[in-house]
Ligand binder design. Structure first.
Ligand code: NAG
Ligand code: NAG
Ligand code: NAG
Length: 423
């Protein structure tokens, strides 16, 4: 159960302990249909009350508004505490001029991507909640056309994958196998993008949904994610020595755990450091006993945390994102010594409990470790697949909002957009 704690510095801080994100708490929560695929949206309004009386702390709307300003000033310093702030709302951001490009051949949610020079490899993901893709689509930034497609291995996961590339080989780690909220696989593959040949690598010690994954200092690092039930955050961190698509070790090594677990974070290696950004604890789970593993909504907490791992294998907490942000695992690029992130999901609306998408473009300046909001996307959208080529910032796919006045998720899209960046 979440507790209400009073501290003299900041009244009405809600601390949400990890146990609340666990399966016990989840059992009290009503089963939700997975709101939001375009063709099959089902209203979940009638279930909100059940969630309220279950394990979720419901903010006092009357006090929230008056506390908002006070807490906003102090928010940066208190990254471990949860506020009833208005972070679910859009942030002020300059308009960017977005150009619509040829859409991806299929819509995708919770897919993955890597960019290798002028080619953008876009992997699997859900097409609808009952159908998952098992192929890769390729976009060429020079011709600005979709130029190819090939299949993924039959035993590879379809969504919530961990992915990383060295500029030729792509490593694809664990993830969910199948549609709805089916179980995960621990299997790990590599792809040679020159030959389109796949290889299998040693499986992860335990499967994970959407683990933070990156190549760093010669090793493939995998950490966090959700555990086997799709909901419980894992903090384990493993690494494997890899080269040219092959494992040079038989087993994964255990590394220093990540201070906070959970799925859907951006994981970026730059300037010889490993950054893990945003993410959440908790996720949809399969409805108990459902033969089709029907997705049911569970309690989630979204974070703005930024962690950095250095060569001494020490984690440092850096200034947080301007708002909590999750579903950003492939939504980032590194440009001009900064990390750019597009879209995501933030804290649910504290009153209506609706899931809220993010419509901003964020920039993290690596030279002074500060965040800016540099623009607006054409719409709010989560699990974007993002790339940068020749001055242009591109993003495609994901699940977009219901319209300018409604930040809740609706359509799964394959749309591709670009804007000229001027940093
Ligand atoms: C919400 O705040 C108002 C004003 O402070 C108070 O009267 C009311 O009892 C509070 N409600 C709850 C559920 O705490
Ligand atoms: C950090 O650097 C950016 C870009 O150079 C600059 O706009 C920003 O004001 C800097 N922030 C601080 C706190 O120095
Ligand atoms: C990156 O920095 C260089 C040098 O300051 C500048 O010329 C270039 O326009 C910048 N790139 C972007 C995308 O702003």
């Amino acid at each position: 159960m979440a507790k209400l704690q009073h501290k003299h510095t900041t009244p009405n801080i809600y601390i949400i302990p990890i146990c609340c994100a666990g399966i016990l708490g989840a059992a009290l929560i009503a089963n939700f249909l997975w709101a939001s695929f375009s063709s099959s949206y089902i209203s979940i309004t009638s279930n909100w009350a059940v969630e309220k009386s279950g394990s979720i702390v419901v903010p006092n709307a009357t006090t929230t508004t008056s506390k908002k300003k006070k807490t906003a000033n102090n928010a940066k310093r208190r990254v471990h505490e949860r506020f009833l702030s208005g972070t679910f709302a859009d942030l002020p951001a300059p308009d960017l001029h977005w150009e619509e490009m040829p859409p991806a051949p299929v819509p995708r949610l919770d897919g993955s991507s890597v960019q290798i020079k002028d080619l953008f490899y876009v992997f699997s993901g859900y097409g609808t909640r009952d159908y998952v893709h098992s192929h890769v689509d390729i976009y060429n930034f020079n011709s600005n056309t979709w130029v190819g497609r090939f299949d993924t291995p039959k035993d590879m996961g379809h969504s919530h994958l961990g992915v990383a590339t060295d500029g030729r080989y792509v490593y694809i780690v664990s993830g969910q196998y199948g549609p709805q909220c089916r179980g995960p696989t621990a299997r790990v593959f590599s792809l040679d993008t020159d030959t389109k040949k796949w290889k299998e690598l040693p499986p992860l010690p335990a499967p994970r949904y959407s683990p933070a994954t990156q190549l760093w200092r010669g090793r493939l690092h995998v950490m966090g994610g959700s555990k086997e039930n799709r909901h419980t955050p894992g903090v384990d961190h493993w690494s494997l020595l890899v080269k040219d698509g092959e494992a040079l070790e038989k087993e994964w090594q255990t590394e220093v755990p990540i201070p906070r677990g959970g799925p859907h974070r951006a994981c970026v290696a730059v300037n010889d450091k490993l950054f893990v950004i945003g993410g959440q604890e908790g996720d949809f789970m399969a409805k108990p006993g459902s033969p089709i593993f029907l997705c049911s909504r569970r309690h989630e907490v979204v974070y703005n945390d930024v962690y950095m791992l250095d060569e001494e294998m020490k984690w440092t907490l850096l200034p947080p994102m301007p708002k909590p942000n999750s579903h950003i695992e492939c939504s980032w690029v590194v440009v001009n010594n900064s990390i750019i992130i597009t879209g995501g999901t933030t804290e649910k609306n504290p009153v209506t409990k609706r899931m809220i998408l993010v419509g901003e473009v964020f920039q993290f300046h690596l030279h002074n470790m500060t965040w800016s909001v540099i623009g607006k996307l054409p719409y709010r959208v989560k699990t974007t697949l993002t790339a940068y080529w020749d001055g242009w910032l591109y993003f495609t796919s994901g699940q977009r909002d219901r319209g300018p006045d409604n930040p809740q998720p609706k359509m799964v899209v394959g749309d591709l957009w670009r804007t000229k960046l001027d940093l």
